[in-house]
Design a protein around this ligand. Structure first.
Ligand SMILES: [Fe+2]
Length: 152
């Protein structure tokens, strides 16, 4: 019998629903961060505003770091790491102008911060809780910085 997505079978008897839900949540975030990496890597060569390009390069480093942190958290919980990339990539590619793409990038960052804010009661260790909080604050910080750069 399968334990469902996010779990390998040998752990299925010992895990709580809360742990299962937490791993599913972390996998959703991982997929979103992976999508962020892909979107940023494709956008950066076409960004003409050097301030915005520099920010995008730092976001790309952040997204890559987050993927590694989230993957490690899932593995430490004995969960199965999702190989998927979030559908955000297709949504950004469907837009024609750089302005629209960057606007959606801002909203994507806000979405991640909001998801973490909404999922407070999770089966996480204290250090992992701080890692997640840090990813939330990083996204809020990046949203502010990109909005300033786009409007200034
Ligand atoms: Fe992100």
């Amino acid at each position: 019998m399968s334990a469902g997505p996010g779990f390998s079978s040998k752990q299925e008897d010992s895990v709580t629903d809360e742990t299962r839900e937490t791993i599913a949540f972390l996998n959703r975030l991982l997929e979103a961060e992976r999508a962020g990496v892909k979107v940023l890597a494709r956008l950066i060569p076409d960004i003409r505003n050097e301030t915005v390009a520099e920010l995008a390069r730092s976001f790309l480093r952040d997204e890559g770091m987050n993927c590694q942190v989230l993957k490690t958290m899932i593995e430490n919980m004995h969960g199965t790491v999702s190989p998927a990339v979030g559908d955000f990539v297709g949504k950004v590619e469907a837009l024609s102008s750089m302005e629209e793409k960057l606007d959606l990038l801002v909203r994507g960052q806000e979405w991640v911060a909001r998801q973490i804010r909404k999922n407070r009661s999770m089966a996480l260790t204290a250090p992992d809780r701080l890692f997640l909080e840090s990813i939330k604050v990083q996204h809020e910080h990046n949203v502010d910085a990109l909005k300033d750069a786009l409007n200034g």
